[in-house]
Ligand binder design. Structure first.
Ligand SMILES: *Cc1c(COP(=O)(O)O)cnc(C)c1O
Length: 361
């Protein structure tokens, strides 16, 4: 018997999401991982195919063409961009580099499931600060949670799984009070889906405060979840740490080529993002009309805080061919898909009649 050390033993085993539905012969919609429902653009597939022609070689870790294209797009110095094999790997680099055994990492809860995992595997302590009653980050409570052992704070905006955003001015006020030796990570995985002008603008906060880094990913809006491409925008002091903890060769040349082609095709990709945004707004409005209480989402998913009825709603959705992401006892996250998928979700939810549902007001 090979024993896990205590800090690994305490981590619950990972349960992968469902991907098949028994006893349903209609169309199945996988809305459990906030993926882009549309297949990659032909120009991106071409770039990937070309890059695959030299995959006997290790990747060029500097990915100069990709980082130059990104730097132009974001108007940040090229050297401020540190790549990761998905932004989960970028987040892991940050935790490993800056939080050791006696250190604390603060984040809201519920938020992105990877945070506690990354913090605990690094041997650090996860400090979870409950969301407010409206499913928003509680910035005063997060400030109050800071101790001499705090090293990193994650701020997920829009928040996965609730879809709510942190207010830009509120974050600036928060940053003025956070000691400058604490690293604040603004995880903007869903930034392309934001159309609320009061929401955090990560790059602006990055430019204003030296202890802020921003996480972005190509998995969601750009539709490259399967290729693993993300990055941190960070200044030299942070980058030196990330360079030590990055998984060597995590970003392949194939992924970097897809990144370059995606940036070149951004107008075309934006049309899909705009469609998903308008679908999100349509779904939210229709759910409100049928009595569901959905927190305002700025992402490509929405949250049903159905509490004790979570498993019942999940079973009901599965019986209609819809695979969502349940968090038993709390609620269900449903990704926005193509219009047919969203219609199927709306029709299934209209026919759900639970008893005294928390989300059905
Ligand atoms: C999906 C997601 C990511 C991105 O993950 P990748 O590793 O880039 O696929 C990062 N942060 C949050 C909050 C997410 O939901």
């Amino acid at each position: 018997m090979i024993e896990q050390p205590d800090h690994i033993k305490s981590i619950p085993a990972y349960k992968p999401g469902r991907s098949t539905v028994e006893g349903w012969d209609g169309p199945v919609f996988k809305l459990s991982s906030n993926e882009n429902p549309y297949p990659p653009l032909p120009s991106v597939v071409d770039a990937v195919t070309r890059a695959a022609g030299h995959m006997q070689r290790y990747p060029n870790m500097a990915a100069p063409e990709f980082r130059a294209a990104l730097a132009r797009r974001l108007d940040v110095p090229e050297e401020d961009i540190a790549l990761g094999g998905g932004s989960v790997e970028s987040a892991a680099q940050i935790v490993r580099a800056f939080a050791g055994h006696d250190d604390e990492v603060i984040f809201a809860w519920r938020s992105f499931e990877a945070y506690p995992l990354l913090v605990k595997t690094a041997g650090a302590t996860a400090v979870e600060v409950p969301l407010t009653a409206t499913e928003h980050h509680d910035l005063p409570a997060m400030l109050a949670a800071i101790t001499p052992r705090t090293r990193v704070i994650f701020m997920c905006t829009p928040n996965n799984p609730t879809g709510t955003v942190v207010d830009h001015e509120e974050l600036r006020e928060f940053m003025r009070q956070v000691p400058s030796h604490i690293l604040v990570v603004v995880d903007e995985a869903y930034t392309h889906f934001v159309n609320d002008s009061t929401a955090v603008r990560g790059l602006e906060v990055y430019r204003e405060f030296e202890n802020v880094v921003v996480l972005h990913t190509f998995s969601k809006a750009y539709g490259l979840a399967g290729l693993r491409l993300g990055y941190t925008i960070a200044r030299a002091d942070v980058r030196q740490g990330l360079a030590k903890t990055a998984m060597p060769f995590a970003v392949t040349d194939v992924a970097a080529a897809a990144g370059v082609a995606s940036l070149a095709a951004e107008d075309e990709l934006q049309k899909r993002v705009d469609l998903l945004i308008s679908e999100r707004d349509r779904v939210e409005a229709e759910l409100a009309l049928s009595g569901w209480n959905v927190p305002p989402s700025q992402a490509n998913f929405f949250w049903l805080a159905v509490g004790a009825q979570t498993d019942a709603v999940q079973e009901h959705l599965l019986r209609h061919g819809i695979i969502a992401r349940p968090f038993t006892g709390e609620g269900i996250r449903v990704s926005i898909g193509e219009p047919e998928a969203n219609d199927a979700v709306l029709s299934a939810l209209r026919s759900f009649h639970g008893s005294d549902s928390a989300a059905l007001s």
